[in-house]
Ligand binder design. Structure first.
Ligand code: FAD
Length: 420
């Protein structure tokens, strides 16, 4: 069995892994290796050929492959090693077990960064009743089939879920000549970004049916129709208002789940809400030598956020490998009124830098005040014209306040007007 030694090993060469690896090298780690199971770097961005990436990071509108390409160049330039076609199978104490066509490979590390991304929820996760014909895809699978393999997935389409990937696919399929009959959303509000509703649904006249769901699926070999129904306030279908929509394709855009099988093998503590590892502001998990970033940590709306967060994870992993990462008392972050979750889940009272708390609100609203408070003292506050659960929000705690922490930090949200 072959063994490799490195200062920092990164699992996954998506935008998170590339940014983390580059930052680890720039922070002084000598040997930085990315292990990637795919044939090339780029992660999910390889199939996202639409523009809209990099507005914050590069001040331009890039496609997914262009954005990933820029980060790959930066990682190459920084001297990062990339091992493709290699899957990380098991995490042991300071050792990662991988497999590729040469057999089993052990990678011994000073620090490890988990950057495995996420996977889509499927029909099995939702338990939609009905027949089991072909023609039912997750939105990401349909995106891959169309954008990478040139397949036409269907002609008459219904999309369940108003997540960003579903809305982007509504536009993509329309441009390919398909007829998208409706985007059906269980919640009374949009799950994805408003900008995607405007650019992908409104601009193409695609109806969005809020507070509706799919209750039945028909078809023998191929899908022939789905039955949709409005839902009441407890999300129960109102059956006497059900309606059959003839279609040959159903796309599911119903959420992403962090890819955490590897984290489980290493006994990393996971959050029941984000389903990613619990971390402090250094992105350090319950195993101090293991860091996590990108969609494996919590599902991000914009890749630009992923790059910033992942660079911090890589930098801190390099410091840990060199025994230079500070350790001090850590205080919990708490999702207070109106907040679904906060990441990181703990903050170490080290005043070396400002700390950004990322979080999502529970319902959409206008004139929203976001606050974070610790020991009765307000540490940060922001007023937003509009907020929605589809958009990641953030508050920055100044470094002096971080150094002075002596209690948990509660993040809360108060809407001037609730829009749900
Ligand atoms: C289908 C889909 C479409 C999306 N479209 C958009 C969009 O249009 N715009 C946008 O801003 N965001 C989009 N996103 C969100 C996007 O995922 C993030 O912005 C960003 O790409 C996340 O980066 P990541 O590096 O964390 O994950 P990924 O890009 O998913 O990269 C993870 C990498 O880890 C590798 N990996 C996983 N497990 C292992 C293992 N055990 N061993 C070795 N390698 C492993 C994978 O092969 C992959 O290359 C989309 C997400 C999905 C799932």
């Amino acid at each position: 069995m072959k063994t490799i030694e490195c200062d920092v090993v990164v699992v996954g060469a998506g935008p998170a892994g590339l940014a983390a690896a580059e930052a680890a090298r720039l922070a002084g780690a000598e040997r930085v290796l990315i292990v990637e199971r795919d044939t090339r770097a780029g992660g999910i961005l390889q199939q996202c050929i639409h523009p809209g990436f990099g507005l914050k990071m590069f001040g331009e509108e890039l496609t997914g492959p262009e954005y990933a390409g820029r980060y790959q160049e930066r990682a190459d330039k920084a001297g990062v090693e990339l091992m493709t076609c290699t899957t990380a199978l098991e995490l042991r104490d300071r050792e990662l077990v991988c497999a590729n066509s040469d057999g089993i490979l052990n990678v011994r590390f000073g620090a490890l960064v988990l950057a495995m991304g996420c996977r889509e929820r499927t029909r099995a996760n939702l338990v939609i009743p009905g027949a089991r014909p072909s023609g039912i895809y997750t939105a990401g699978t349909a995106q891959k089939l169309i954008n990478l393999y040139g397949d036409k997935v269907g002609r008459e389409i219904v999309i369940l879920g108003s997540g960003d990937i579903g809305m982007i696919m509504a536009r993509r399929l329309t441009l390919e000549g398909a007829h998208v009959k409706a985007v059906v959303e269980l919640l009374p509000f949009l799950a994805g970004l408003t900008r995607n509703k405007v650019q992908c649904l409104d601009d193409f006249g695609i109806p969005l049916l809020l507070s509706h769901t799919v209750i039945d699926i028909d078809g023998v070999d191929r899908l022939t129709s789905v039955t949709i129904a409005p839902v009441d306030e407890k999300r129960r279908p109102i059956l006497d208002k059900a309606e059959k929509i003839p279609c040959d394709t159903l796309l599911l855009s119903v959420g992403l789940i962090p890819e955490n099988e590897l984290s489980r093998t290493g006994g990393i503590a996971l959050s029941p809400i984000t389903r990613g590892p619990l971390v402090n502001q250094f992105k350090q998990t319950s195993n101090p030598a293991v860091f996590a970033c990108g969609n494996v940590l919590h599902v991000n709306d914009l890749v630009d956020h992923v790059s910033v967060e992942s660079a911090e994870a890589g930098r801190c992993a390099a410091l840990f490998a060199a025994n230079r990462l500070p350790s001090a008392s850590a205080f919990s972050t708490v999702a207070g009124p109106g907040i679904r979750y906060v990441c990181p889940q703990t903050v170490v009272a080290d005043g070396g830098a400002d700390v950004t708390l990322f979080f999502r609100t529970l319902v959409p609203g206008r004139r929203t005040v976001l606050r974070c408070v610790s020991g009765g003292k307000e540490l940060a506050r922001k007023t937003c014209i509009r907020t929605s659960p589809g958009t990641m929000e953030s508050l920055v705690i100044p470094k002096d306040a971080v150094a002075a922490l002596n209690d948990s930090i509660e993040v809360s949200c108060e809407h001037g007007e609730v829009l749900a």
